[in-house]
Design a protein around this ligand. Structure first.
Ligand SMILES: [Zn+2]
Length: 113
């Protein structure tokens, strides 16, 4: 006769008063995100599924550009031209260059599998 009835009752009560279940929304699957992007007609990233405005990326560095301009004029011009020519719109999340409008054939293909 170790634990009395009252002792068991107290332990049960303790278990019941545990923290309430957390209401965290389940993570949306990849396909669901594409569907939402299509509904909002936002561009989507083929690489990671990010939806939203693409970010403008410029290759190279502004510091090298300034140094090139200060030290040698011609390479400065060439470097500036190269940087501006190599600008692209990419995914803000993974910097992939393959963001497509969700209404495009590629976006639709991803949607319908
Ligand atoms: Zn991405």
């Amino acid at each position: 006769m170790g634990i009395s009835g009252a002792e068991i009752q107290r332990q049960n009560n303790k278990k019941k008063s545990a923290q309430p279940p957390s209401k965290q929304p389940p993570k949306k699957p990849f396909k669901q995100r594409y569907k939402e992007a299509a509904a909002a007609n936002q561009p989507v990233c083929v690489n990671c599924g990010y939806q939203g405005k693409p970010k403008l990326y410029t290759k190279g560095s502004i510091f090298i550009e300034i140094i090139a301009w200060l030290m040698f004029l011609l390479p400065g011009v060439i470097y500036s031209l190269w940087r501006h020519a190599s600008r692209y719109k990419g995914c803000p999340q993974c910097s992939a260059q393959n963001m497509v409008p969700s209404s495009s054939p590629v976006g639709r293909k991803l949607l319908n599998g």
